[in-house]
Design a protein. Structure first.
Length: 719
C-alpha cells in the first residue's frame, strides 16, 4: 500500500480533492498570527535540503497550521487565476506547481500523524479538519478563472512547442480539473462540494471506527493451555501485548490486528480460541454497536454514485477508472473474472487436502474458515516438508532490511547509510541516507518505522515526505516505509515470516520508485502514477527476496549465523504456489465486491446483504472470507484512494510477472542491462509518460496474462 501526499494528490488527481473546505475569512486572519511560532509552518531546516521537524510537532499546532497553509495556498492560486497576462504554460501550469508548498509540508506531517500516531486528541482535529480540507480542494478545482486559463494552455497551438513532460503535465491538470467538476454549473458545483465534505466526514468516521476496534479489542489467553501450538516468539509477543494493554493475570492477548491474528490462526492448536479470534477479526466494524461501519458505507456509496452522475459518468467505478491504465471497469472485471475460476477451483483442491489430513488425524471436524490457515500449515509441512517456523529462524528483520539494501545497490546503484542527526516521530524510527554508488551524490532519505504501536494503523505502507523535482532547485526526495512487526524482547532479533519479508520487499519497491524519480515537476514525481500501475514496481521487487544472492548472505540463522540450507530453499521454491487458491480467492473476493459495489449505481445498498449475495453469486467457497470484508475495507472506504481500485493489485501483478520475465529471459535477476532499462523506463519516469507506453518501451510489447497464471500455479487457458 502507499500513501499519497494529500494536497498535491488533491489538486491534481481530483479524487483526493474529495478527501479534502472552506476557511472563513475570520479564521484566516486569526491564524496568521500563529505563523511565526508554529513550527509546522516553518521551512524545513537542517541537512539534506531540510528535514521534517518531527521533534517540534504538537497536535495543537495542526489546526492553525492547516488553516494558515490553506489560506496561503488560496491566495497563491488566486494570483494565478487573476493574472492579467495571457495564459501560458509558465504563468499558469508551472506557476500552479509552485503553489501550496507550506500546506504541502503541513499536510505531510499531519498525515504521518494520522497513520502512525493517531492519538485521541489528534482524532478530534482530524474530525474537524477533514471536511475543511475537502472544501479547500474544491475551492481550487472549482475556480472558474483558473480553469479557463488551464483550458487555454491545453487548447493552445503553442502546446506542441512544450517538452513532452510539460505537455503531459498540462493534460493532467486539464483532465483532473474536468474530472473534479470544473465544467459544472454553479449549482452543481455547490452540490459537488457538499458531497465531498460529507464524504470526508464519513471516511474519517470509517477509519476511526476501524482503528478503535483494532486497538480496543483482544482475546485473552488465560493460561499455558491457551497457548498450545504457539512458538516461543509468538508467546512472547502475546505477553508483550498483554503488558502494553495492562491486561494483568493472563498468559497473553491476541490483538485484533492482522499481524497478531494471522499467526495465531496458523499455529494455535485450540480450535475454540481460533474460532473466537477469527470471529473478532472478521467482524471488525460489523458488530451493530457504535463502531459499526455499515450505515457509513451505505452513505458513502450513495454519495459516490450521486457524484459520478453529476460528473457525467454512469457509476463511481467508471469515473475512477477513466484515468487508470485499465481505463474502464469492464476491462478490470474481465481480468478478475478470467482468474477467478482457476482460483476457486484451487481452493477446492486445498480444502480437500486439508480435510483428508484432518480426517487422518482423527480430528472429526469439517474445515471451517478458522481452520484454513491452521490446516494449510499442516499440509504445507506434510506435502512440502516446509515448516514456516523453521524458515522464520532465518528471517531476521534487520538482515532482511540489509538484503533490500543489497538489491538496491545491485539494480539501482544506491547505497544506504544510517544517519542520526535528524529528528524522528518515535524512537523506533531509523533514518538512512541514500546515495548513488558511483558518484556518491545524495539521492534522498529513507525513514524506516517497522514496529506496531497504539494509534498506528495496521498493515504496511510507503509514504513520500517530499517529492523529487527540479523546477527551481534540485529537490531530493524523502520517503518512508512503515509496518507493524511485533517488537520482541529488547536485544532479541525480530524473526519474521516469509510473507512478511515479501511485504518488506514490496514496500521497499515503492520506496525505490520514489527514490529513483528523475523528473522536473513535482506533480509527476515518483509514485504519482495511476493506481493500477503503482503496485507494479513494488510487486516486482518482491521477486528478489528469493534470489540465491539474497538468501545465501542475508537469510542466516538468528542463533548460528549459518545461511539457510539449500534443501530448505528448494522446499520454499517448490511450495511457492502453495495455498495460492486461498491467497488469490480472498484477495479477488474483496476486489470483485469493491468493483460491484461501485458499479451498482445509486440503488440503496445494505452492505452486509450485498456482500452476502455477491459472494453467493460468485460461488465463493464457504471455507474462507474476503481478505477485507466490507465493514473493514479501508482501501475502499477510509478515503477514495483504492475505491473501485482494489483490482489494481492484480492488474499490476500481470505487468509484474510479465516484466520479471525480461530478467529471466536475460541473464537473471541481477542482469545489469535489464536493470538499467527498468530504472530508465519505469522507476525514474514518474507520471511523465503514459504507463502503457513506458512499459512497451521497457519490454518491447504489451504485458500478457500468461506469466501471472504461471506465477500463481494456475493453468494457462488457451484463449
Ligand atoms: Zn503496495
Amino acid at each position: 500500500m502507499l500513501n499519497r501526499n494529500l494536497v498535491r494528490f488533491a489538486l491534481v488527481f481530483g479524487t483526493a480533492a474529495f478527501l479534502l473546505m472552506t476557511v472563513s475569512q475570520n479564521d484566516t486572519t486569526r491564524v496568521s498570527a500563529f505563523s511565526e511560532t508554529n513550527p509546522l509552518l516553518q521551512k524545513w531546516e537542517g541537512p539534506y535540503g531540510g528535514i521534517p521537524p518531527f521533534d517540534k510537532v504538537k497536535v495543537a499546532d495542526f489546526k492553525p497550521a492547516l488553516e494558515a497553509g490553506m489560506a496561503e495556498n488560496l491566495t497563491e492560486v488566486e494570483k494565478i487565476a487573476t493574472n492579467p497576462s495571457a495564459p501560458t504554460f509558465e504563468n499558469t501550469i508551472a506557476a500552479m506547481e509552485k503553489t501550496g508548498s507550506t500546506l504541502d509540508r503541513v499536510t505531510t506531517i499531519y498525515s504521518i500523524w494520522g497513520g502512525n500516531m493517531a492519538t485521541p486528541d489528534y482524532q478530534t482535529v482530524q474530525r474537524e479538519m477533514a471536511p475543511k480540507l475537502a472544501a479547500f480542494g474544491d475551492k481550487i478545482s472549482q475556480n472558474e478563472a483558473l480553469f479557463k486559463r488551464i483550458e487555454a494552455v491545453y487548447n493552445s497551438p503553442d502546446k506542441n512547442k512544450l517538452t513532452a513532460e510539460q505537455q503531459r503535465l498540462t493534460w493532467l491538470y486539464y483532465t483532473n480539473f474536468v474530472r473534479a467538476g470544473a465544467r459544472l454549473q454553479a449549482e452543481q458545483k455547490t452540490r459537488l462540494s457538499a458531497i465531498n465534505q460529507e464524504l470526508a466526514k464519513h471516511f474519517t468516521t470509517f477509519g476511526q471506527n476501524l482503528l478503535g476496534e483494532e486497538n480496543g479489542q483482544w482475546v485473552v489467553l488465560k493460561d499455558e493451555a491457551d497457548l498450545a501450538g504457539l512458538s516461543q516468539s509468538l508467546k512472547d509477543a502475546a505477553a508483550e501485548a498483554a503488558s502494553s494493554k495492562k491486561v494483568a493475570g493472563s498468559a497473553g492477548i491476541v490483538m485484533n490486528t492482522r499481524s497478531s491474528v494471522d499467526p495465531f490462526l496458523t499455529y494455535s492448536d485450540r480450535r475454540d480460541l481460533r474460532e473466537k479470534v477469527w470471529k473478532m477479526f472478521v467482524n471488525r466494524g460489523d458488530n451493530g454497536d457504535k463502531a459499526d461501519n455499515n450505515a457509513t458505507i451505505a452513505q458513502i456509496l450513495q454519495l459516490r454514485a450521486e457524484r459520478a452522475k453529476l460528473l457525467g459518468f454512469p457509476t463511481h467505478a467508471h469515473w475512477r477508472l477513466e484515468n487508470a491504465m485499465a481505463k474502464t471497469p469492464e476491462r478490470a472485471m474481465e481480468l478478475m473474472e478470467a482468474v477467478w475460476p482457476a482460483a476457486i477451483a484451487r481452493v477446492g483442491e486445498e480444502v480437500a487436502d486439508m480435510q483428508a489430513l484432518a480426517n487422518k488425524e482423527g480430528a472429526k471436524i469439517t474445515i471451517e474458515p478458522w481452520d484454513y490457515r491452521y490446516y494449510a500449515e499442516k499440509v504445507r509441512k506434510a506435502k512440502y516438508d516446509l515448516d514456516q517456523n523453521e524458515v522464520k529462524q532465518y528471517l531476521q528483520l534487520e538482515k532482511i532490511r540489509d538484503a533490500m539494501f543489497y538489491v538496491a545497490g545491485e539494480i539501482f546503484n544506491f547505497t544506504f547509510t544510517p544517519v542520526t542527526n535528524v529528528p524522528v516521530f518515535h524512537p523506533d524510527v531509523t533514518v538512512w541516507e541514500v546515495k548513488d554508488k558511483t558518484t556518491g551524490k545524495h539521492v534522498g532519505l529513507w525513514y524506516f518505522d517497522p514496529y506496531a504501536r497504539d494509534g498506528k494503523r495496521s498493515g504496511a505502507w510507503m509514504n513520500a515526505y517530499r517529492n523529487q523535482e527540479r523546477m527551481d532547485a534540485d529537490i531530493k526526495t524523502i520517503v518512508s516505509n512503515n509496518s507493524n512487526f511485533i517488537k520482541g524482547k529488547p536485544g532479541e532479533a525480530v524473526l519474521i515470516s516469509w510473507d512478511d519479508a515479501t511485504t518488506m520487499f514490496h514496500e521497499f519497491g515503492h520506496a525505490l520508485h520514489g527514490l529513483s524519480s528523475n523528473v522536473t515537476y513535482p506533480t509527476l514525481s515518483g509514485t504519482a502514477v495511476s493506481r493500477d500501475y503503482v503496485e507494479f514496481p513494488s510487486q516486482l521487487l518482491e521477486h528478489w527476496l528469493s534470489t540465491p544472492e539474497v538468501l545465501q548472505k542475508y537469510a542466516v540463522h538468528y542463533q548460528t549465523g549459518k545461511p539457510i540450507p539449500q534443501t530448505l530453499v528448494d522446499k520454499i521454491a517448490k511450495a511457492a504456489t502453495f495455498n495460492e487458491g486461498f491467497d488469490t480467492t480472498e484477495y479477488l473476493a474483496s476486489a470483485l465486491v469493491d468493483m460491484k459495489l461501485h458499479l451498482a449505481g445509486d440503488q440503496k445498498i445494505d452492505p452486509d446483504k450485498f456482500e452476502r449475495e455477491t459472494l453467493a453469486a460468485l460461488n465463493m467457497p464457504k471455507e474462507l472470507v474476503m481478505r477485507h470484508r466490507t465493514p473493514q475495507f479501508g482501501h475502499a472506504f477510509s478515503s477514495d484512494g483504492y475505491s473501485a481500485g482494489y483490482y489494481s493489485y492484480l492488474w499490476s501483478d500481470v505487468i509484474t510477472a510479465d516484466a520479471f520475465g525480461a530478467f529471466v529471459e536475460g541473464k537473471g535477476p541481477y542482469d545489469k542491462a535489464v536493470g538499467a532499462k527498468l530504472v530508465k523506463n519505469i522507476f525514474s519516469v514518474g507520471n511523465t509518460i503514459d504507463p502503457a507506453d513506458a512499459y512497451r518501451t521497457f519490454r518491447g510489447r504489451d504485458p500478457k496474462v500468461e506469466a501471472l497464471m504461471k506465477k500463481r500455479g494456475f493453468p494457462v487457458s488457451k484463449k
